[in-house]
Design a protein around this ligand. Structure first.
Ligand code: BTN
Length: 248
């Protein structure tokens, strides 16, 4: 791929919504094209939650990609995105980032960022996806009022500011590289890598979807990117973006 563009906006509703909008209007985007913003007025997290998006503090990043394997590959794709981000932070800043299935980034047991993959449209052969990434870089003082769980940010973890331009360039590069490999080889080759970074490996966890809950031992992911739980000695895989996982 040629270097795809990076667009920068000051304030927007949601970088994911902006790219979804363009696709729905029939705008042709290059694979790997990125939109970042300094602030979002309607930042979206998974399961309909808001994403805290104050001005000038963090990274609000969305990338366009096209899946040739069709929609069933979306589960693996979102795990590969997490791995790519973890690799950048590990290689460039030596940060021991962990992943929580399906797509949260953790640092020292606190949430550092999250991924929201949305499907913009599909034909029988391919589907358009928007990959959203929110990464905490320097959370402002009032954060604890706005965020309902323990959080980490890169500036506190490193004890110094980071170059956000470099971060965006490295993320775009690594994501394109990994997503191309994923497009050619699927998720199977990533299973071991994911399991090594799994925040909950070997722990008792509870998986919930609406009012349904399931408790078991976290036994990593399978070759499709499903979560494997060991329940009463039996291994069972779970798929689907609406599931929520926590320590039992
Ligand atoms: C989550 O952990 O719930 C996922 C959060 C994803 C947030 C990012 S910020 C950039 C992009 N635009 C959005 O509105 N959401 C994603």
């Amino acid at each position: 791929l040629q270097q795809a563009p990076v667009w920068v906006q000051s304030v927007t509703d949601s970088t994911n919504s902006q790219l979804m909008h363009k696709l729905k209007e029939g705008v042709v985007l290059e694979k790997g094209a990125v939109l970042v913003a300094e602030a979002q007025t309607a930042g979206r997290g998974r399961r309909g939650k808001q994403w805290f998006s104050p001005f000038g503090c963090n990274l609000y990043f969305s990338m366009y990609w096209q899946l040739e394997q069709g929609i069933q590959a979306a589960m693996g794709l979102s795990l590969v995105v997490g791995l790519a981000v973890a690799k950048v932070l590990q290689q460039q800043w030596q940060l021991p980032v962990r992943l929580k299935w399906p797509n949260d980034l953790y640092l020292e047991h606190k949430k550092l960022g999250g991924i929201l993959v949305e499907l913009a449209g599909q034909t029988h052969a391919q589907c358009d996806v928007v990959i959203g990434l929110g990464l905490n870089i320097r959370m402002p003082d009032q954060t604890d009022k706005a965020v309902d769980q323990p959080w980490a940010d890169l500036t506190s973890a490193l004890g110094q500011p980071i170059d956000r331009n470099l971060l965006v360039a490295l993320l775009q590069h690594q994501l394109v590289l990994e997503l191309q490999q994923f497009s050619q080889q699927g998720f199977a080759g990533y299973v071991q890598e994911f399991n090594l970074l799994d925040q909950f490996a070997g722990e008792q966890v509870t998986l919930s979807s609406g009012s349904q809950t399931m408790t078991g031992l976290c036994a990593g992911v399978d070759a499709q990117g499903g979560l494997v739980l060991e329940i009463n000695g039996q291994k069972q895989s779970f798929y689907g973006g609406e599931l929520s996982l926590r320590k039992a």
